[in-house]
Design a protein around this ligand. Structure first.
Ligand code: M6R
Length: 607
């Protein structure tokens, strides 16, 4: 989604802003711009398209040591130079960048127009610049506060005024904003990746907070001017982690990082003596955990698929009724929140609006929500009642890969804890922990077969429709495989339970619709084989993802990929990785923009 950067310090601002925008590219955007103040004037450059297009229009010697920048993902108004941010007031003194949606912008715009203001863009954001200008009486911070007091909706805003050459003002409500504290310089950003090259000392703003920044200091207050004491956090990861490290794409790199990211997610969290897991952030005593009689998982997209697998594992191990639900749906159906239910909000970014709002709705009703997040300090991580960081490291590709397997890992550990408190014996717990521990090694084996997967993708990337079919715990894996293929290669793909195809989707089967079957050596293997035969009987091409040595499956399928043998509950990890690679290579074959697929954003901060 949209990205923000602001700089205030002794250095020339424009290159810092453009470089920061480049680092925000992964979030998804369609246009970008910067505004820099110099000698009482604002210079604004903004363009539809890539950052490279913006960069080519920024004068090489653009002066000014304070500025703001933005990458836009269109919500109100088309993708044009004029709709790109920053937006300015009619006097050209105020510039703002805005993430989020101003819901009452039309009434504010009508009012401003009746006062003679002419709007030059179709965006909701432009009202902010005009309002600040209308309130401005020599104090930008105050004008911003008066403005945001009128706004309904969500915002992360950074504003500047040409007459205050050492002042940026940021305000947050529902869209993330972080202050980076450097040596004699300050940064504001929607995402720490934009500023990590310059500072690791950050302050996360909360909703309702305003920060006023000069190059030397900052002041955080609420809208009533009450001072708010903030803590400085240290970002623990390295700049290299947001670079490609020799891989062609971030998606490829992140798929290959999975053995390591899963190891990180389990590190220090397995207790072999008691054959259980250890998750310090749950903020629940064992007695409280024992009282839980229902678990509900809220999430979106890939994280929702992780939740579906998690529900299966928790029920299997701990015999606790567990359901996963799309967060966007839960929020609006007046959910029943019971005393002994435990909720999980799963979100890689920790900023997904659908998940965040569903979480708040559950909390408002008195429910306890734990977060499973990757981004440290993200809104869901901070607002949840406890939780687990998955420690995947930054995930830059829009298509989520390593976060999915680490989300599973975190939940498997939780299931182990809950299972050991209920049904599981010490021996069963130990076996489960050992099986989980062996997953990274198996994934390394699978990553050694990328040539075969690439070859398969070369032959199948020409098809326009795919079915992904699995059963039981691998049914969500089929859903995730279909999502991955469609989002990066734009091939239409559907995920189904293999048992369901006879209830409708089999009507789609012909020579032009391949079916990709997930066939582990579990109790449902025979049933899935029958479904494969049903597809073959109708001339449908069949790809099978089976377990090493399964000659029967290989003899039925047109093409077979193999994964190593493991225990039943561990197959979702092993079956997912080849489908990620298949999607990746199909996207390459179709010359798609793998890391930034069209229309998508990494972190979806609007409903
Ligand atoms: O950051 P989150 O995990 O909350 O994101 C949820 C979805 O937007 C995300 O998983 C999306 O579906 C990805 N593009 C999938 O690859």
């Amino acid at each position: 989604m949209c990205g923000i950067i602001g700089y205030c310090g002794p250095r020339i601002a424009a290159p810092i802003l453009v470089e920061g925008l480049k680092r925000l590219e992964y979030r998804g955007y369609d246009s970008a711009g910067i505004a820099v103040a110099q000698e009482g004037r604002l210079n604004v450059v903004k363009r539809a398209g890539k950052i490279s297009n913006l960069r080519s229009h920024v004068p090489p010697e653009m002066p000014g040591i304070i500025g703001i920048g933005h990458t836009r993902w269109a919500t109100h108004g088309e993708v044009t130079d004029g709709n790109a941010h920053p937006h300015t007031d009619r006097g050209g003194k105020v510039a703002i960048v805005h993430n989020g949606i101003i819901e009452n912008y039309q009434s504010l715009k009508d009012r401003l127009e009746s006062e003679g203001v002419t709007f030059v863009s179709e965006t909701d954001s432009e009202v902010i610049a005009h309002l600040i200008a209308s309130f401005y009486q020599g104090d930008l911070e105050q004008a911003v506060k008066e403005t945001v007091g009128l706004l309904k909706g969500t915002y992360g805003i950074v504003a500047m005024h040409a007459d205050e050459p050492d002042r940026l003002v940021g305000a947050r409500n529902g869209s993330p904003l972080v202050l980076g504290v450097g040596e004699d310089e300050m940064f504001l950003a929607s995402d720490v990746t934009a500023i990590i090259a310059h500072t690791r000392q950050v302050i996360y703003l909360e909703d309702g907070e305003v920060v006023s920044v000069s190059h030397r200091d900052y002041r955080t207050t609420d809208l009533r001017n009450n001072h708010i004491e903030k803590q400085i956090d240290h970002i623990g990861w390295e700049l290299e982690e947001i670079e490609k490290a020799g891989f062609t794409h971030f998606m490829e790199k992140e798929i290959h990082e999975q053995p390591e990211s899963i190891r990180r997610a389990t590190k220090g969290r397995i207790d072999l003596e008691y054959a259980t897991g250890h998750l310090g952030g749950l903020n629940l005593t064992n007695r409280e955990l024992l009282d839980i009689n229902r678990v509900k998982i809220l999430a979106a997209g890939t994280s929702y698929h992780a939740g579906l697998v998690a529900a299966y594992v928790l029920e299997a191990l701990a015999r606790i009724p567990t359901t996963a639900e799309l967060a966007s749906e839960l929020r609006y159906r007046n959910p029943i929140v019971e005393r002994n239910s435990l909720y999980f909000a799963i979100s890689q970014s920790g900023e997904t609006a659908d998940t965040l709002y569903a979480m708040r709705e559950v909390q408002r009703k008195g429910g306890r929500v734990l977060g499973i997040c990757n981004v440290v300090g993200s809104t869901i991580a901070r607002e949840s009642d406890g939780g687990v960081y998955i420690h995947s490291g930054p995930e830059i590709a829009v298509a989520s890969t390593k976060a999915f397997t680490s989300q599973l890992t975190a939940f498997y550990l939780f299931a182990l804890i809950m299972g050991r408190m209920r049904d599981m014996s010490h021996e069963q717990g130990l076996r489960f922990a050992q099986d989980l521990d062996s997953v990274p090694g198996h994934i390394e084996t699978i990553l050694g077969t990328t040539g075969k997967i690439q070859d398969l993708a070369k032959r199948y990337a020409r098809f326009d429709n795919f079915l992904f079919l699995g059963r039981g715990i691998n049914y969500p894996v089929a859903l995730e495989a279909a999502l991955k293929l469609k989002e990066v290669s734009y091939i239409h793909a559907e995920g189904y339970s293999a048992a369901e195809i006879k209830h409708g989707p089999i009507a789609l089967i012909n020579e032009e619709t391949p079916s990709f079957f997930i066939v582990p050596d579990d109790g449902l293997r025979g049933k899935v084989i029958n479904n494969m035969k049903e597809v073959k009987a109708r001339q449908g091409p069949v790809i099978a993802l089976a377990v090493e040595g399964d000659d029967e499956v290989a003899s039925i399928a047109d093409d077979t990929l193999f994964v190593p043998h493991t225990s039943e509950l561990m197959y979702p990890f092993l079956m997912t990785v080849p489908t990620q690679l298949f999607a990746y290579y199909c996207a390459l074959e179709r010359e798609c923009n793998v890391d930034q697929p069209r229309n998508l954003a990494k972190s979806v901060t609007v409903e």
